[in-house]
Write a protein that binds this ligand. Sequence first.
Ligand SMILES: [Zn+2]
Length: 614
Amino acid sequence: MVFSENSGGRGGKTLTIKTYSEVWDLDVFFKGGSASPELREHLDELKLELDTFENSLSAFEVPQSEADAEKIVSIIEGTKQVAESLSQAGAVVGCYLAQDTTDKQAKLLQGEIGSLGARFSSSMLIVQQQLSKIEDNVWSTLSNNSHLKEFAYVLSEWRDEAKELLSEKEEDMITALGVDGYHGWGQMYDLLIGEIKVRVTVDGEEKEFSVGQASNLSSHADAKVRKESYEALEQAWTDKEEFFAKTLNHMAGFRLAVYNKRGWDSVLKEPLQMNRMKQETLDAMWGAISAHKAPFVDYLKRKSELVGADAMHWYDLDAPVTESTQKVSYQEGAEFILQHFGKFGPELEEFSRQAFEDEWIEAEDRPNKRPGGFCTGMPLSQQSRIFMTYSGTMSNVATLAHELGHAFHSYALRPVHWMNRQYAMGVAETASTFAEMIVADAAVKEAKTADEKLALLEDKIQRSVAFFMNIHARFLFETRFYEERKKGIVPATRLNSLMEEAQREAFGDGLGDVHPHFWASKLHFYITEVPFYNFPYTFGYLFSLSIYAKAIEEGNSFEEKYISLLRDTAIMSVENLAMKHLGEDITQHAFWEKGIALCVKDVEEFLELTSSKG
Ligand SMILES: [Zn+2]
């Protein structure tokens, strides 16, 4: 097993200290990394499974009566088998690439799995379309059938979605044209970004930076570096703005043309549907946020004073307000997490301890790893893997807790059939934010120095500013841009002013210099797989905060309820989920205000702690 034990005698007592590995175990799935013969065998088998599934579909006729229930069940089981094999392979290869970005064999495998995935998606569309052709009265008996009842929500959702699509032939054509059209424009963005290099003077030396590297300078301690890197980037966006504007306009134009052909008026229809969310819920959320901007504007003002600026400029948003020097070893970080998870509930603690012991986590700081963190599920093995680079900050500890939260969500869903485990982006961040909150809150409370406390508190407030202001600006920009795009091409200059307006509004007029080319700098506007890659973040954050508030209220006994909520995340609308498990109506402002109130408390504490420094 996974941990080494160092035992030593001290003062007569024997202490056993477990040292958790910082490197994950992937061999347990397929031995030998990307060259694994076992993995090769798995992929060859997967191809056969997919062939069989496709063949079974060509014989799948539209069900006519309850007697056909068994046929649907067998399609569901076929779907599950292929989907699980496919995601296991995809997840493992994703891990190979993350741990070593130079792994060429893994890249090849990724391409191979990608085309298998595309074949599977086409098959799923056929299933969806066949189901949508079932007569309503036949469906109402079928969906109550004892073998199908369990899947009724998801299958009905598939039927409803398919009914709003065009004919099979037309949808097929859209998919085919999208490869070189819609998705092509999305990929064009990556190419444009990759080309850009800027020069910034850091520590007296002018150096060349990629966009990603230069963006990281936004949290540099030296105000001159922050401003210079921002200006260099803003200049680069200005130089290339016509290219970015063209890319964004064509991508959006493609999406709108498809919506138009399908007869969809609202550009929010698809993203809301994907998130199983009502428009009223989204409106209530933004409405509550808009009504409570004032404390965050006060925070921005105080922060600008702390960093010695005349107003809160965009380039100072990430500036550190204090020097946080506390270092936490991986071992200490793990123990801190387990200790505080344990205060919330025994199952979360036990599960996480197992994850540490069984080497589910890749945290070592070494070259060639990709940046960032993620958690990925291995459905065939009922395990998860967590990826990050741990360098010893409290923020790393919070990230680790966040990813463990994702893994716990998968754990909670273990008893659930694959069909009922496919949760949407909005609720995807529930368990992760929740786990992160437990640790971030505890860290503030247990901070050893005033400076440390301030740094940790600011870390928390930064999250609120990101979700309530920055993401709000993206949402406002994107909705307004798409409305204007319906009427024709939106030129770069107009995109700049739309963005400036959105930022001024979303930050409650709390900003000095804004970031007009933000629409060019942010990848999220160019993601073609998920439209409106913004509001689900804010939803997940606030939804999770209100669960957190309930957990504090109810103490240790809340865990059971929490797990049953997680278990239901993929089989009902978010409105029903909140009503069933929290007794809350999330189409009302009052629900959202509870979460916001928690964030306002952080701001109040911050203002108090810094009142003499301002
Ligand atoms: Zn996450």
